[in-house]
Design a protein. Structure first.
Lengths: 225, 204
């Protein structure tokens, strides 16, 4: 069976967007009938636009447990309207619980669809469409710097000793701000060199700090005067 | 690494700083934020909002460029959006909205008052967004539940029914105050970082 990929045409994306908007709008009245329509619409969109995402949502035990807990709680805890044998139940409570479960189904379907479509390329393309191509590129650049900053955070936190916790947080924050500023200055300098036909940044400059220009920086900027 | 498009030096400088500071905040959101979310730390949204406010105010103190605070927030939200941990859409929305509000208040004249207002408003958005999400999940019933809770607190404290709003104003005021303190702290951090940078001299 061929693997189906998410639909990518502009009209398809527009239809999906409108359907998702419809799913969200249908949540507000909070009636059972509209919640059924909303959940059906959300699942229909998922089935049409991204079948593997629908398969991800297929967790029978999870949904059965969620529905059972919500319906039982709603039926028993709300004001009694009927008796099911000796058991007092509330039609109103069960109805409210069903609305909550259906709402969870609809919203989870929408979120799953959104998350699966949120790829780097799409974000960059979206930023470009909004007239902010630099934002997409800055996002890429930030992603490349991310692992380095995670390491740098640990390094700076470890370098600040012998102080109260709050002062330590402040000291580490200042050190990270200084380090980030130096990284930006370094990148701008590299860019200027490149524009003048000078040397391009070398891989070894990135060192163990994952692109934070550790070679240009002291091991910890908090050690600086 | 993808190079920024060829642009003017000012634009290149602007987006380079936005990328680097955005990556720094994104790193914190992705690591510490995700960890604390998974530990279900109470009031985490408000706490992260205060910290984001302080961070953005520090950035603004170091680089008072119009639009930089918002751009840093957008980049951080992109980074958060591409992180593999859990639900990312609500935090992305919060990072963007809080960045926009902080940017807005930092355009006011002066130094201390904008920092107080910008810091104070950030956690209020976190609470408002949380309320909106609850309305989205559970419908208008969530709001009436909070209304009843306020009335119950009002009865418990002996407040007359027309003064019930005081019970809501108190936690909101407290949040604003905490955020304002974070805002002032952020300004102080920015000044300290700036002093250290000046002490070290230009980038070697």
């Amino acid at each position: 069976m061929p693997v189906r990929t998410p639909r990518r045409s502009t009209m398809g994306a527009l239809a999906v967007g409108l359907a998702v908007l419809g799913v969200l709008i249908l949540q507000f009245p909070g009636t059972l009938a509209l919640s059924v329509v909303s959940a059906a619409l959300a699942l229909g969109v998922l089935a049409w636009a991204d079948r593997p995402a629908l398969a991800e949502l297929w967790r029978p035990r999870f949904w059965a447990l969620t529905a059972a807990v919500a319906l039982l709680a709603g039926a028993i805890l709300s004001p009694t309207t009927h008796y099911l044998g000796p058991l007092p139940v509330s039609v109103e409570g069960s109805s409210l619980a069903a609305v909550v479960v259906l709402r969870a189904v609809a919203l989870l379907a929408v979120v799953t669809l959104g998350v699966r479509r949120l790829t780097e390329a799409r974000l960059v393309a979206l930023a470009a469409r909004l007239g902010l191509p630099a934002l997409g590129s800055a996002g890429y650049r930030a992603l490349a710097l991310l692992p380095g900053f995670v390491v740098a955070g640990r390094v700076e936190w470890g370098a600040v000793r012998g102080k109260g916790r709050l002062a330590r947080i402040g000291e580490a924050a200042v050190a990270l701000l200084v380090r980030a500023t130096r990284v930006a200055e370094g990148e701008l300098l590299d860019g200027s060199d490149e524009a003048r036909g000078g040397p391009a940044p070398r891989d070894e400059d990135n060192g163990a700090m994952g692109g934070l220009g550790a070679a240009r920086l002291p091991a910890s900027s908090s050690e600086s005067p | 690494m993808v190079a920024l498009p060829r642009a003017s030096d000012a634009a290149r400088s602007f987006w380079t700083y936005a990328a680097v500071y955005g990556a720094l905040w994104g790193a914190l959101e992705v690591t510490l934020g995700s960890l604390l979310h998974s530990l279900r730390v109470p009031f985490l949204g408000a706490l992260l909002a205060m910290a984001q406010g302080a961070f953005l105010i520090a950035v603004h103190t170091m680089r008072p460029k119009r639009g930089l605070v918002l751009s840093v927030s957008l980049v951080a939200a992109l980074v958060k959006g591409l992180s593999p941990a859990g639900a990312v859409l609500p935090p992305m929305l919060a990072i963007c909205a809080q960045g926009a509000l902080v940017e807005l208040f930092l355009t006011l004249p002066g130094r201390t008052v904008p920092a107080i207002l910008a810091g104070g408003i950030a956690p209020l958005w976190a609470v408002l967004q949380s309320l909106l999400m609850q309305v989205l999940y559970f419908g208008g019933a969530a709001l009436s539940l909070y209304g009843r809770l306020l009335q119950a607190v009002g009865r418990g404290t002996g407040l007359p029914p027309d003064r019930v709003w005081v019970t809501a104003a108190l936690p909101i005021g407290l949040l604003f105050l905490c955020g304002a303190m974070f805002g002032l702290w952020g300004r102080r951090l920015g000044e300290r970082a700036l002093l250290r940078l000046e002490g070290e001299g230009p980038c070697p």
